[in-house]
Design a protein around this ligand. Structure first.
Ligand code: AGP
Length: 622
């Protein structure tokens, strides 16, 4: 997610401190992942700004070459692109048409296109591809009418839809900064004779440990000596003061011990943001970025998913849903196998490339091969402007935010959510499902963040079990139907984090060989389908009986209230998925205990959870 830093000092004593505090804050926010950075200052002179694509060092080099004037007010930004590829122009701060206002933003202004059209009618054209630039122009228009920055911000906050943490600087009043927040995080840092703003406390923790938490739909006006908080209606509102008691490294992880812990807990947000703005008020799908002609999408007779590792398992989960909804065969191909086996691919094949990084070389080579064979390629990626995104015919972005830990968690379930949106879109387009059926599935998807939060409440029991089992050296994971790819993913998590040999099997495969592995005390994880699918459920219950009777130590993921599993598994080793979770949505919750278990076993073994041995976050070699 984007990083924001703001500094406000005394206008009578502009200095380089404003610049330095912002640059230092941006450096502390680098962990959030970004593709460009920028800064704007005001005080001794009219507005001055610099912004560059790439690392923070590029911005610092630009400042070396074109020094910024001493200032009393400064705002800075590290951008994680959501609208518009990474570039100098698309970097923040964005400047108003009259060069009076600078704005930095974290979030998505969903109605930016409509607002841009209104501005164009006034002769104000966007110079960037971003949603954020709209806010700078709208503020300047209000200031031209005589409003002050606080009133101007309140006026535009009522016009913006979506999620935003906006910080604005009026170069004619460098004694204040004004910010507004809805859904995206923003905090105020309280200093002595100066104050700060940040997307999280890492932005200013080097200057102060005193902070103010801003509530939803609030606007704050900050000067060197005052903080004034109002709601969107202009009424004064309270902001809770708190003390930052984290050390610097913890601050980067949002207070969590590791990035993986943080990202496991970000999964409800990741799914929510991936779904956001992709349905109309009537509940219909709107996948604007799906730029493959509808006629082609109607004509495809096969889908091939190409991906690696966890991304491939996400595609495997999606296979069950897309085939069920669209009645199109969906093949799952490991990207590195796909290219070398002379696959049957043509213009009637839709290749779906799934990749968190968007840079996995195996997947990139696979889509190049597919396109040479005439097929259209749709990418589901988490990184804006990545190579796979650029080389695909269409992109469906997951909005999970940067995933720092090497082991993928929030990207995995965001990929499933995005693939489900694709499946529902195709089902609606091709007439396989009625609009009300689509709306029903979308409604169930919309409930998943809350259901994930319910499973996260079992975290401590899962961690306790993991610590008690830290000496394991071989584990089996069993699942059936959509539980099968979840079993594969659970095994991968344990392998890559705790270096434990683990293998996932389709539960029905047990009797065809793997059951020979079952012995006394062997840990066996079983993902049990809902009892509302009696045939599937009964088969897996008998698998529980088969392994239990041979002495296995059962750890079970089942639906709340499924009494049958308690005949074979100790209650302390059963973790529950929320009741009424539809079968096709179950992977979004049944994977959570497996992620937490693997993470905790790795910690108990003293391993680096965020950077496991031998692994890279993005495998950019074949
Ligand atoms: C997942 O935990 C692993 N880090 C790995 O399997 C990863 O999913 C795979 O390398 C694909 O990466 P991508 O999603 O960036 O393409």
């Amino acid at each position: 997610m984007c990083g924001i830093v703001g500094y406000i000092g005394k206008p009578e004593s502009p200095s380089d401190k404003a610049r330095d505090v912002v640059l230092e804050g941006l450096a502390r926010l680098e962990y959030r992942g970004y593709d460009s950075a920028g800064i704007a200052v005001a005080g001794s002179q009219p507005l001055a700004w610099l912004k560059r694509e790439g690392r923070l060092d590029n911005l610092k080099a630009a400042i070396e070459a074109e020094p910024l004037p001493p200032a009393s007010a400064a705002i800075g930004h590290t951008r994680w692109a959501t609208h518009g590829a990474p570039s100098d122009t698309n970097s923040h701060p964005h400047i108003s048409h009259d060069e009076r206002v600078a704005v930095v933003h974290n979030g998505i202004i969903e109605n930016h296109a409509a607002l841009a059209a209104e501005l164009a009618e006034r002769g104000i054209e966007r110079v960037s591809e971003t949603d954020t630039e709209i806010a700078a122009h709208l503020l300047a228009i209000e200031l031209e009418k005589g409003a002050d920055l606080l009133d101007a911000m309140r006026t535009i906050a009522g016009k913006l839809e979506g999620s935003f943490a906006l910080v604005a600087l009026d170069s004619q009043h460098p004694e204040r900064l004004v910010a507004a927040r809805r859904n995206s995080p923003l905090v105020v840092g309280l200093g002595e004779g100066e104050n700060y703003l940040g997307s999280d406390v890492a932005a200013f923790v080097g200057e102060t440990k005193r902070a103010l938490e801003l509530g939803q739909d609030t606007i704050v006006e900050v000067t060197a000596d005052s903080v004034n908080v109002i709601d969107f209606d202009g009424n004064p509102t309270q902001a809770k003061e708190f003390s930052v008691d984290w050390d610097l490294s913890a601050v980067a992880k949002g207070g969590y011990e590791t990035f993986m812990d943080k990202e496991i807990h970000e999964q409800p947000m990741a799914v929510r943001e991936t779904l956001r703005a992709r349905t109309t008020e009537q509940g219909n799908l709107q996948l604007d970025e799906l730029r493959i002609p509808e006629s082609i999408l109607r004509s495809i007779d096969k889908i091939i998913v190409v991906a690696c590792g966890t991304a491939a398992y996400a595609g495997h989960v999606a296979k069950y849903a897309i085939e069920h909804w669209c009645r199109i065969p969906v093949e799952i191909e490991l990207a590195h196998e796909f290219r070398y086996r002379d696959p049957v691919v043509n213009e009637k094949t839709l290749v779906v490339a799934i990749s968190q990084s968007g840079e996995t070389m195996d997947t990139l080579m696979a889509i190049r091969h597919a396109r040479e064979q005439g097929s259209k390629v749709l990418a589901i990626v988490n990184t804006q402007g990545s190579t796979i995104a650029r080389e695909s015919d269409a992109v469906l972005y997951t909005h999970a935010g940067p995933e720092i830990a090497v082991a993928s968690t929030k990207a995995f379930i965001s990929q499933i959510a995005a693939a489900y949106l694709l499946g529902l879109y195709l089902a609606e387009l091709r007439g396989n499902k009625y609009v009300d059926e689509i709306a029903g599935y979308l409604d169930e998807l919309g409930k998943m963040p809350g259901r994930i939060e319910q499973v996260l409440e079992q975290e401590e029991q899962i961690r306790e079990l993991a610590r008690s089992m830290a000496d394991i050296d071989s584990v089996i994971f069993l699942g059936r139907h959509v539980g099968y790819p979840v079993a594969l993913e659970g095994a991968l998590k344990l392998k890559e984090l705790a270096y434990v040999h683990a293998e996932g099997f389709a539960a029905g495969e047990l009797k065809h060989g793997p059951i020979a592995l079952i012995e006394e005390d062997l840990p066996v994880f079983v993902i049990v389908p809902t009892p509302r699918r009696p045939l599937l459920h009964a088969k897996v219950i008998s698998n529980l009986q088969e392994v239990r009777s041979r002495g296995a130590k059962l750890i079970v993921i089942a639906e709340e209230g499924d009494e049958d599993v308690l005949k074979y598994a100790d209650p302390s080793q059963v973790f529950w998925a929320p009741r009424t979770t539809p079968t096709l949505m179950m992977p979004l919750v049944t994977v959570i205990p497996l992620q937490i278990f693997a993470c905790e076993v790795a910690k108990a073994k003293g391993y680096d959870v965020d950077k496991p041995r031998n692994l890279a976050k993005s495998v950019t070699v074949e």
